[in-house]
Design a protein around this ligand. Structure first.
Ligand code: 57M
Length: 358
């Protein structure tokens, strides 16, 4: 709103011209989201404790997790709340890419919220059925990708990293493909969210990488210099990425080991979904496999474990997702977390380096 209220005044007060710049609004967006998230987070944790809304812990997991019973969950409420509040101040709501990302965020947040609420209320670890979740996720993402293609916000081409001339036009198949990227990202982040700070770390590094890539893709000269597709109005997603990072840092303040709160499905499904949507909008669908490498490894570990158990009756990992494997090998929880963060930073840097490798 600040952008919409103050920027038009720049004709009379030239100082307000600064709101035109994505770099300025991105920094403000980060600062507002981080501050609101830290302040609101404390109040939210106190509220959840007072109401005794705590996490139910599965009894078939690593033993070290049993002591986490009763930790407040649904931290996604203040992550997404702070992110939206910050964007209300700094975002340009005439941007279709921004509106599409917010639609996915809110829809996945609602799904995760209902799921968390059912778990907390019924005091078991079930919640919404897996089929119900997937259906909701695909309807939302399919609709968004369809509208983006129909109104020419994005094209249906797939651009391969490393090769500047390698472009495949998927035509209408792009709609299920794009939707799958968004749903896959949402669920992979959800699977990763099993240790304190384990998901939010790579969410921050992925958002930072995508924020940089959207900034470049929204700048016609930089885009053509780096041989990446130019997408109109996509720069606005840099402001969004910085709001995600700010809200994420505020959440990490409380979710760092030993966690005072978990993000819940309200956080993991919506944050995973919005990252996938930014990847689709900025035409980084393939590079996103590298950017979100930690999420991909976590999801692959589950797929490999399930296939191996079904076909050979043998497990590849002591337990999937893979972070449980390292825990059961005896690594202390903070070591697993920090090492996964280090890997996510490496993935981010390699992804950025691909900009000059095409
Ligand atoms: C969510 N949720 C955490 C918290 C968080 C197909 C199968 C692999 C699915 C998978 C699964 O259900 N994954 C999705 C994982 C849970 O955290 C809550 O859930 C939210 C995220 N959705 O925000 O609200 C627990 O994770 C721990 N946690 C932390 N710190 C955090 O900051 O310590 C979470 C956040 C929390 C807390 O203990 O209670 C979860 O793990 O349940 N299923 C599994 O992960 C299960 N794996 C499994 O069954 N593997 C099999 C096969 C199917 C591959 C195998 O290896 O043979 C394991 N999960 C658990 N115990 N907890 C099994 C044992």
């Amino acid at each position: 709103m600040l952008y919409h209220l103050l920027y038009p005044l720049s004709q009379d007060f030239s100082a307000f011209n600064i709101f035109r710049y994505i770099t300025f609004r991105s920094i403000v967006s980060f600062l507002i989201a981080a501050m609101v998230s830290i302040i609101w987070g404390k109040a939210f944790i106190d509220f959840m404790k007072m109401k005794q809304f705590g996490q139910v812990i599965r009894d078939d997991g690593p033993e070290s997790h049993l002591k986490k019973a009763g930790t407040p969950t649904m931290g996604g409420v203040f992550i997404i709340g702070s992110m939206l509040f910050s964007l209300l101040m700094t975002g340009n709501f005439t941007s279709y890419p921004l509106l599409s990302c917010l639609f996915v965020t809110v829809s996945y947040f609602a799904l995760g919220f209902v799921d968390d609420y059912l778990k907390v209320l019924k005091n078991n670890s079930k919640g919404v059925s897996a089929k119900g979740k997937l259906l909701w996720q695909f309807i939302t993402s399919g609709l968004v990708v369809f509208l983006l293609v129909k109104f020419d916000v994005i094209d249906t081409k797939l651009y391969t990293p490393f090769f500047k001339d390698s472009v495949i036009d998927l035509s209408w198949l792009y709609i299920p493909f794009g939707a799958t990227v968004i749903v896959g990202s949402s669920n992979a982040v959800n699977l990763t969210d099993g240790l304190d700070g384990l998901a939010i770390g790579p969410i921050i590094t992925s958002a930072a990488t995508l924020g940089l890539l959207t900034y470049v893709a929204g700048h016609s000269e930089m885009a053509s210099y780096l041989y990446i597709p130019y997408v109109e109005n996509i720069g606005e997603l840099t402001v969004l990425a910085m709001a995600i990072i700010g809200a994420g840092v505020g959440f990490l303040w409380y979710n760092s080991y030993p966690a005072q709160i978990f993000m819940g499905d309200a956080g993991s499904l919506s944050l995973g979904g919005v990252l996938g949507t930014i990847a689709v909008l900025s035409k980084n669908e393939l590079l996103f496999v590298l950017i979100g490498g930690v999420f991909v490894i976590e999801a692959l570990s589950v797929i490999i474990q399930v296939i191996s158990y079904k076909t050979r009756k043998k497990r590849v990992f002591k337990m999937a997702p893979i972070h449980h494997h390292f825990e059961l090998l005896g690594w202390p929880e903070p070591k697993v977390i920090v090492r996964f963060w280090i890997i996510s930073i490496l993935f981010a840097l390699i992804s950025i380096a691909t900009l000059k490798m095409r």
